[in-house]
Design a protein around this ligand. Sequence first.
Ligand SMILES: *Cc1c(COP(=O)(O)O)cnc(C)c1O
Length: 404
Amino acid sequence: MEQPIAVTRQSFDDWMVPVYAPADFILVRGEGSQVWDQQGKSYIDFAGGIAVNALGHAHPVVTAALVEQAGKLWHLGNGYTNEPVLRLAKQLIDATFADKVFFCNSGAEANEAALKLARKRALDQGNSSKNQIVAFNNAFHGRTLFTVSAGGQPKYSKDFAPLPGGITHTPFNDLAAAAEVINDHTCAVIVEPIQGEGGVLPADPAFLQGLRELCDRHDAVLIFDEVQTGMGRTGELYAYTQYGVVPDVLTTAKALGCGFPIGAMLTTDELAKTLGVGTHGTTYGGNPLATAVAGAVFSIINTAEVLDGVKQRHQWFLDGLNKINQQYPIFSEIRGGGLLIGCQLTQDYAGKAKQITQLANEEGVIALIAGPDVVRFTPSLIIPEQDVKEGLARFARAVARICS
Ligand SMILES: *Cc1c(COP(=O)(O)O)cnc(C)c1O
């Protein structure tokens, strides 16, 4: 056999389009909530591949589902349906408000489908001027041109102008500002129940409730982007149930495949009719390999055991982080829900989130940032207590270093 090509972190700089600045080590193996690098150093994984690896690494049941399907049927194309996709659709429908599902490969694509649905729905109603989309500052909805324009961080979109038009942004959690721009020309409102990339900022219940009422009044489609908050992340299968506000369209991805790329748009019978045969699609959407994996993931996550476990783990993290903050006061607020936790840095440490996660790596723990001033944790939903303790002990050592 040919020797594998030797690769180091330097190879990234040599060969990769430089859109990312990855850590200076390469991870090669994972098991549960631990990962190991090329040198055999161990890390506790508090990032979970950015809220993706909700069942940790190499979960035996998910791995078995992947291997079993891999030996059967990988892909057909959408001229032929398959068993795993239909089963996953039924699982999602039975567990949510939705009647119909569209599958794709990522969160951005799920949002792209949702926004296209809303535009076409209004047009189908004969209302060609009902094409305005309302979104929120600091939101993140993906990186396609449409979704990055819907996102509320101009630094991600401005270099790609001209951008798709008809999108207005207002401040998150400011219902009065939203009410000023939502009118009969609005076809959709898109919002994250907890802004993830934007800093782990939970929506106020009254804000989401108010958006629901505005959308009802003006016949606009309310889209909840649950790409990050969904699949158990907040301790419920989807966060909308905690808020008691039901959207018209819900998008989900990230943890849905636990690392196998898949996304989905969930909606009602009435809205689903908008996207008739040939109006939208994607080659890999709902292929049997991805949906077999997601079906296994779904069966595990959508249980009281896992969802209640998320609430318990939230408390473990809160207790541990508060203790660290008592000794080294660097956080002005610890917020979020379930295992989507954001720690806002105080003025003194503003801008240092990245540096803290780099020190955390050195101490053997992987954490995330959500902007320059927030350290974010999105670990496996089933991370063992021992790993939470050990990871927080390592994180405390990183915090001690930034404070010294
Ligand atoms: C990650 C994320 C997306 C984009 O998902 P991709 O799979 O990267 O396209 C969209 N919305 C939210 C809320 C996200 O967190």
